[in-house]
Structure formats: structure tokens, C-alpha cells
Design a protein around this ligand. Sequence first.
Ligand code: 6PG
Length: 250
Amino acid sequence: MKASIEVIEPRLFAGAVSDEIVASVREAIAERGRCSIVLAGGSTPGSIYRALSKPPRVEEVEWSAVTLYWGDERWVPHTDNMSNFKMTQETLLSQIPEPKPAFFPVDTSRASPADAAASYGAMIASNEKFVPGTFPTFDIVLLGIGEDGHTASLFPGSPLLEKASQSLCAAVEHPEDGKPRITLTPPALLAARRIFFIVKGEGKSDVMKRVLEGNESASVLPSRLFLEAGDRVTFFLDSGAAQHLSRPRG
Ligand code: 6PG
């Protein structure tokens, strides 16, 4: 089964995507009593998080049964405007009424990015129940896509894309500015029950054509690695990001 692609008008995008997230969260809680969500960073998901943090959707989720993680983080303090945690704090966490979800940001106060990655992986491993030697099954992973095809902080040419690593989390460097980042690894992300890519804007239309209709390797376009997850993956695109796709979707 192939990944599904949902194309949504920009003005309806945040509502439609947040509705899908709410439905998946409710399903996970109904089936397993809890829901683990790996949050995406960057600028796109902010509107989705805001929609989730306000009525009616905020009242449709039993937030105390939700556990939040971050798919990647920049090596900056949580007070820094570049912090994915700060973005999520402002758009989601601070808005959700008590009882709030459990949330576990990457500890960027550790001695080094490598130390932060190791401690984040260990913390996830202690929170989530899974067979040693395998990977935790997050209920929902949210991901964005950069114009170079990266997702989380899995950048083109990254050795992590070989999936040889058994680590849950790794320290990497951004290929353009060399700044450190911490990212969950492909196997950790790929094990999820549901993987939602959230992509908006005409600026992503070229890369989305390449990701969804091309045949370049995952080393060149890391987001293509996730096509192997088949129908566990849904691409939510607004009409701008989808404008070069060859077949109408809906
Ligand atoms: C990050 C994200 C990154 C992001 C893409 C898209 O920390 O920046 O994890 O993978 O999702 O770069 O970013 P935009 O949503 O800002 O286009």
C-alpha cells in the first residue's frame, strides 16, 4: 500500500490537518489508553499547533493521556527564537488547559550535542515500552520537509540515512551553517504507527514533485526514505505545495 496524499486549500489547511491529528490521537487513546506524538519543528506546524490548542479541538483530546516528544531540535537554549521547543511552547503547550500532556523536550543545556542526543534517546527508551534491540512505536510522528528534501534534521548525504544506526537519536550538523542539531534517527521515526508530513507553500512545490513522483535516492532526498512506510504515511499538502504534482489528489 502506498502513502496517501491529501491536497487541501490553504485557508482550510490548519483545520483539516489538526482534525486528522485529533482523530488519530483519539483512536490511539481509545485503543491503547495513551498517545505518543513526535512533534515537527520549523515554521509550518505553528498554525496546526494553534488550531489544536483552541476550541473545539483542544476539548476533543484527553491531553493527560498524551506524551509529546520532538523529532529534532536546534542546539540553542529553550528561550531562543530558533528553538523548536519554544515554538511549540508558544503555539501549543502554553495554550492547553490543565491537565496538560506530558512533554519531553531535548535538553539543550547538556555538555554537548552528542550528550544531549544520547540522553534524549535514553529518556525515550525509559518512557516507552518496546522490545530491546527494536525501536519504540510512536503513535504519531509529525514531519516537515525542507526545500532540499530534508526532514527532521536528516539532511541530504547524512550517514544516518543508511539506517545502520541503532540509536534513537543523533547529533548532526546543518549542512549550510554547520550549526549542531539533535534528531531522531530514521528507524526511530519509521517505526511509528502514523507518519504525517505537513507541507505548505509554492516554495515546496518543486521538492514535493521530486519526493512524490521522482526516483532520486533517499540520500539525495531524505524525505523519500519514508515512502517505505507505505500506508502508514500521509502527506498533507496545501494546493501551493501540490501544484506541480501530475495527478489531482483529494
Ligand atoms: C526544523 C524542522 C525541519 C523543518 C523543515 C521545514 O527543525 O527546522 O525539523 O525539518 O520541518 O525544514 O521547515 P519549514 O516548516 O520552516 O518550511
